[in-house]
Ligand binder design. Structure first.
Ligand SMILES: CC(C)(COP(=O)([O-])OP(=O)([O-])OC[C@H]1O[C@@H](n2cnc3c(N)ncnc32)[C@H](O)[C@@H]1OP(=O)([O-])[O-])[C@@H](O)C(=O)NCCC(=O)NCCSC(=O)C[C@@](C)(O)CC(=O)[O-]
Ligand SMILES: NC(=O)C1=CN([C@@H]2O[C@H](COP(=O)(O)OP(=O)(O)OC[C@H]3O[C@@H](n4cnc5c(N)ncnc54)[C@H](OP(=O)(O)O)[C@@H]3O)[C@@H](O)[C@H]2O)C=CC1
Length: 424
């Protein structure tokens, strides 16, 4: 595209000027990208071809009691009702004693994939015999992690096809998510394998399928806690359990069920400065571990209790990546009163389960639209041009008319403005 040659080498002001010269944006639009309150130097150091800071709202989820400790949880999301739902689900669980978490180990996995293998069984044996050397090379490539008490722990060899082998390196990355340190280790080992065993290396990279960094959260809710108006808690619990079974049976439903879980998980992962694409990819891969795509959480009625469980890979860092450089992320870690990465992983899993409970509870009782749309209507009002002082009147008008469409919202806004005009 004309004018955008070596765009990345221009300074930010020049990049913005080019947008105006090329008639992509007007001067007024470009001016709106320059907010003096934003730290614009940070973006330029974090990403490429930087033009402005995109803003997504942040709010707090309340009521999260996990392993006996109560948290204030920052969530970053553009979707109305997510934070209300997360707080609602957690409130039900809090009244029943809170969430319990379990985290057995925290190892990241990286792959060195060897191609054009002639004798896979023989090579697999040779690789296994080299375990000690490979662990030593990996640790030498990133010695600081060894000083911190972490480092390479084991290798695993998987024959993927007669000509393809994956050598998996398992590393204790301590407080980091570990992608960069693992990739450094993998490349050092790959270069050794290339020369020492005369292998053809296809690629070396961390795997986001972090099956050795699993977090499980559970909760037990007396069914009586679920009672809503005329609907007995027992009946609601049974319906939530059936909705959970449905998500185990049907991938169409499982995808939406998991989307609801990720509403909560992504929002906390983003607020904590972590890589949410990595978490999304790992979560959905884990949802297929039994052969077909299934709901990540399960809900069962046992006696007079509804038991919820969510397990998924959650390799999150309390340091590294953007965690150590973005001031708001640091502030969010303070709000969370985090001790370490494991604690963050437990919190994120609990929000996933709390979010899922609220969604299922709404789905099997009032339906999703009642609670969700009440909060979504504020966005609809803004979308049709309501100013902050007009939003609540437009929402009230929409609720009175039981309408959710933009034409009605516009009409209500015009009526409000007409009335205001007449009064003046
Ligand atoms: C929206 C609610 C919570 C209303 O819930 P409600 O029971 O109608 O309202 P309530 O006034 O009784 O409030 C209950 C609690 O919710 C919280 N709460 C209530 N309102 C607010 C608010 N304005 N701001 C912050 N928190 C709020 C708050 O904790 C409150 O307790 P209180 O503090 O009053 O004792 C409920 O209907 C709900 O949880 N709905 C689910 C909404 C949802 O899941 N939204 C995500 C978008 S839909 C989607 O993407 C996922 C989905 C649904 O497809 C997943 C799936 O299919 O599985
Ligand atoms: N497939 C994927 O998911 C990929 C993701 N990424 C990106 O990689 C980044 C994450 O990589 P990661 O290696 O975690 O981050 P970093 O590269 O930032 O490494 C972690 C940093 O934290 C420091 N550190 C301080 N204290 C500790 C501690 N207690 N434990 C561990 N490290 C500590 C390390 O110091 P020291 O240097 O002294 O060890 C290191 O500088 C993310 O931005 C992600 O988006 C990149 C490639 C692929």
């Amino acid at each position: 595209m004309n004018g955008f040659n070596k765009y990345y080498q221009k300074d930010r002001q020049t990049r913005l000027d080019i947008l105006v010269q090329q008639k992509k944006l007007t001067q007024a639009e470009v001016d709106s990208l320059i907010d003096p309150k934003l730290d614009l130097t940070l973006g330029d150091t974090m990403i490429e071809n930087f033009i402005t800071q995109y803003q997504i709202p942040e709010g707090l989820a309340l009521n999260y009691v996990i392993d006996g400790k109560e948290y204030l949880i920052p969530m970053v999301t553009e979707e109305p009702s997510v934070i209300a739902a997360a707080s609602h689900g957690a409130a039900i669980v809090k009244r029943s004693g809170g969430f319990t978490s379990e985290l057995k180990e925290r190892l990241m996995i990286g792959q060195i994939v060897i191609e054009q293998v002639k004798d896979a069984t023989k090579l697999a044996q040779e690789l296994e015999q080299k375990q000690a050397k490979l662990l030593q090379l990996a640790n030498e490539a990133h010695p600081s992690i060894v000083c911190r008490g972490g480092g390479a722990r084991e290798i695993k060899v998987r024959i993927l096809a007669p000509d393809l082998i994956s050598l998996d390196l398992l590393v204790d990355v301590k407080e980091a998510m570990g992608a960069n340190m693992l990739n450094t280790m993998l490349e050092a080992c790959a270069s050794y394998l290339r020369t020492e065993l005369d292998t053809e290396i296809l690629l070396s990279i961390l795997s986001n399928y972090a099956t050795r960094c699993l977090v499980k959260v559970t909760c037990e809710i007396p069914v009586s806690e679920l009672t809503k108006g005329e609907l007995a808690g027992e009946k609601i619990a049974q319906k939530i359990a059936t909705a959970s079974r449905l998500a185990q049976l049907d991938p169409y439903r499982a995808t939406t069920h998991n989307k609801g879980i990720m509403n909560g998980i992504d929002a906390v992962v983003i607020a904590s400065g972590n890589d949410w694409r990595a978490i999304e990819a790992g979560a959905h891969a884990y949802a297929t571990r039994n052969g077909s795509y299934q709901g990540l959480s399960t809900w069962q009625v046992k006696g007079d209790k509804l038991i919820g469980e969510l397990e998924l890979p959650l390799p999150l860092g309390s340091v590294g990546g953007s965690v150590s450089i973005v001031p708001l992320v640091k502030l969010n870690h303070r709000l969370l009163e985090l001790q370490d990465a494991k604690e963050l992983e437990k919190i994120v899993a609990a929000v996933g389960l709390g979010q899922n409970l609220a969604a299922l509870y709404a789905l099997v009782t009032d339906g999703i639209q009642k609670g969700h749309m009440k909060l979504q209507l504020k966005s609809l009002a803004v979308a049709v041009g309501a100013s902050p002082s007009e939003v609540s009147a437009v929402v009230a008008g929409l609720l009175a008319k039981k309408a959710r469409d933009s034409a009605t919202a516009k009409q209500i806004l015009e009526e409000i403005r007409g009335n205001d005009h007449e009064q003046k």
